[in-house]
Design a protein around this ligand. Structure first.
Ligand code: NDP
Ligand code: A1CAB
Length: 272
C-alpha cells in the first residue's frame, strides 16, 4: 500500500469499531503508512490510540478515500461530518449493511462518487472478502482504487447490481459469525462426548480452519471434499445422516439463517 494515491493523499476512516479496526489492522500491516490515515471515532479503543494515525482531529484536505464504517443507525448523524469532502475528488466507500447508494446520494449529493462495499472481519488477517458496487459517478479508476484498498485485506468481487448486496451481507458479511458458531457447536459436541474443553476447542478450531483452507486452496468442489472424508458405511456417513437430514439438517438451517440476515439488511436499508 506504499506509493499509492491512497498513501499520498490519505485515507479517512469514519468509525473505527470492530470492522473499521479489522480493516485498518490489515492495511497497516500491509504497508499503508499510519500518517496517511485519519480516523474519527468518539471512543477510540486502546489499540487505535496506540497507532500513529491522525486521530479525532481536523479532516484531511483532499483524501483519496473516505471510508464510512459506522453503524447503519448512526449514518444520518455521522455522515454530515464529511460533507465538505463530498462532490469533489474524494471517493466515498461505505461498508454499512443495508444503507443504499440512493441514501448516500441524498446525504452527499448525486455528483459524489460512492462505492458501497461489504467486507468481513477476516480482513484483519488479510483473508477477508469484499463485494463492491459503485454509483453512476464512479469511474473505472474509482472502482480500481476501492479494489486496491480492499484487496489489501483479502479478495474483492464486483457485483452486477446493488440489489445483490443484501444477500451478500447475509452470506459473507455475517458469515464469519456462522463459522465461529460452528466451532463453538463442534467443541460443545466434543465435550459432550467426554473430551476436556481445551482439547475439544483445539480440535474444533483446527478442523474448521483446516477444512476451510483445504477448500480455498484447492478450489475443489466442496461436495467432492466431503465425499473424500466419507468412507462407505463409516463414521462420517453416520454423522452426515444427521447433519444432511432434509427436514432438520444444516442446509435448511443455513437457508433460514442467510434469509433472516438478508431480510435484516433490507430492513436496515429502510429504517437505518
Ligand atoms: N462487524 C462486522 O463484521 C461487519 C460490519 N459491517 C458494517 O460496518 C459498520 C460498523 O460495524 P461494526 O464495526 O461492527 O460496529 P462498531 O459499533 O464496532 O463500530 C462503529 C464505530 O463507529 C463509531 N461511531 C459512532 N458514531 C460515530 C460518529 N458520529 N463518527 C465517528 N464514529 C462514530 C462507534 O463509536 P461508539 O461505539 O462509541 O458509538 C464505533 O466505534 C456497520 O455499518 C456494519 O454494518 C460490515 C461488514 C462486516
Ligand atoms: O451484523 C451486522 O449487521 C454487520 C453487517 C455484516 C456483519 N456484521
Amino acid at each position: 500500500m506504499q506509493d499509492t494515491d491512497i498513501a499520498r493523499r490519505g485515507l479517512l476512516l469514519l468509525g473505527c469499531g470492530r470492522m473499521g479496526s479489522a480493516m485498518l489492522e490489515g492495511w497497516l500491516s500491509r504497508g499503508l503508512p499510519a500518517e496517511a490515515v485519519w480516523a474519527l471515532d468518539p471512543h477510540p479503543s486502546d489499540w487505535l490510540q496506540a497507532q500513529d494515525v491522525h486521530l479525532d482531529g481536523d479532516l484531511p484536505v483532499d483524501p483519496a478515500i473516505a471510508l464510512v464504517a459506522v453503524k447503519p443507525q448512526m449514518m444520518r448523524d455521522a455522515l454530515p461530518t464529511l460533507t465538505t469532502l463530498a462532490g469533489g475528488r474524494t471517493l466515498f466507500v461505505s461498508v454499512a449493511a443495508g444503507i443504499s447508494i440512493a441514501t448516500f446520494e441524498a446525504l452527499l449529493g448525486r455528483q459524489t462518487p460512492i462505492v458501497r462495499a461489504m467486507p468481513n472481519t477476516p480482513a484483519a488477517i488479510g483473508r477477508g472478502i469484499t463485494a463492491l458496487v459503485g454509483n453512476d459517478q464512479t469511474t473505472e479508476m474509482h472502482m480500481q482504487q476501492a479494489e486496491l484498498l480492499l484487496s489489501a485485506v483479502g479478495e474483492t468481487v464486483r457485483l452486477d447490481t446493488e440489489d445483490q448486496m443484501d444477500a451478500v451481507t447475509g452470506t459473507s458479511g455475517s458469515g464469519p459469525a456462522y463459522v465461529f458458531h460452528m466451532i463453538e457447536a463442534l467443541a460443545a459436541a466434543a465435550e459432550a462426548e467426554g473430551l476436556p474443553s481445551e482439547l475439544a476447542l483445539r480440535l474444533a478450531r483446527a478442523t474448521v480452519a483446516g477444512a476451510g483452507a483445504l477448500a480455498q486452496e484447492t478450489g475443489t468442489d466442496p461436495a467432492e471434499l466431503r465425499r473424500n472424508v466419507t468412507s462407505p458405511n463409516g463414521t462420517t456417513q453416520a454423522g452426515l445422516d444427521v447433519l444432511m437430514d432434509e427436514e432438520t439438517g444444516l442446509r435448511r438451517l443455513m437457508h433460514d439463517t442467510v434469509a433472516a440476515a438478508a431480510r435484516r439488511s433490507r430492513e436496515l436499508g429502510r429504517d437505518g
